[in-house]
Design a protein around this ligand. Structure first.
Ligand SMILES: Nc1nc2c(c(=O)[nH]1)N[C@H]1C(S)=C(S)[C@@H](COP(=O)(O)O)O[C@H]1N2
Ligand SMILES: [Mo]
Length: 228
């Protein structure tokens, strides 16, 4: 893939900081990645652009936010709205989401810029289940996933969003999704590149079209499916 539009200037400190952590990740192996991802909190928003995806760090996480710092939401203040072209709009609290049937699987996380993290265990609620309850209108085409960071959004077709491996993720590595990884609730879409997995998820909107989201406006493929 050609040079990524995820690349605006990144400070030297960011790259050096991540290089250090990358070395730890490589030496200690992927099992420790889970622990590392918690320790990384102070670093979480120092790679707003994803340029470090181009630095060969090994199988380590990079923490992305296109907006810089995001105000955390806890269990009490979290809400997910499902709206748009549906018969039954709804709002889910974190407790509501936890009470629904959970799907778990392990998968390789893959950013379009080339970095990947193998064997990441996820669990959460299938987007297909939430859509079934909301009941999209006959003329609905797409689903837009919005973030409480106030900026990020991404689209999928309804068909993509209903895939078995597209979940509203509540847990990662068997623990609640950390703020750095987009918790308390993010999307994880297994068969698509990382940019399809909206962090800090706040809204699922069923739409009459499949219009481009944040990265698609900046050149990423609208479909985002990993074919290899
Ligand atoms: N809200 C929001 N979600 C986002 C992004 C972002 O910048 N903001 N970056 C996307 C990209 S390009 C990738 S690769 C993954 C990175 O997930 P991570 O930060 O948990 O590693 O989040 C995706 N979801
Ligand atoms: Mo990405």
């Amino acid at each position: 893939m050609a040079a990524s539009p995820e690349g605006a200037p990144v400070g030297r400190r960011v790259v050096l900081g991540l290089l250090g952590l990358g070395a730890v990740g490589v030496v200690t192996g992927s099992k420790v990645q889970a622990g590392l991802s918690d320790l990384l909190t102070p670093l979480q928003l120092r790679d707003p652009t994803g340029l470090t995806g181009l630095v060969p760090l090994g199988d380590t996480w990079r923490y992305y936010s296109v907006t810089g710092a995001v105000t955390p939401r806890d269990a009490a203040s979290y809400a997910l709205g499902i709206s748009g072209l549906v018969d039954h709009p709804a709002t889910y609290s974190l407790a509501d989401l936890k009470a629904l049937p959970q799907t778990s699987f392990t998968d390789t996380f893959q950013c379009v810029t080339g970095w990947r993290v193998p064997e990441v265990p996820w669990s959460g609620v299938r987007v297909a289940d939430l859509l079934a309850t909301a009941t999209p209108a006959a003329d609905a085409v797409g689903v837009r996933f919005g973030s409480f960071d106030g900026t990020y959004s991404v689209n999928m077709t309804l068909e993509q969003a209903r895939r078995d491996d597209v979940i509203v993720a509540l847990a990662m590595y068997g623990k609640p999704v950390t703020h750095a990884h987009g918790g308390p609730v993010r999307i994880y879409s297994g068969s698509m590149y990382g940019y399809k997995s909206t962090k800090w998820l706040s809204r699922i909107e069923v739409t009459p079209d499949n219009r481009p989201g944040y990265w698609e406006d900046r050149g990423y493929p609208l479909n985002g499916i990993i074919d290899e």
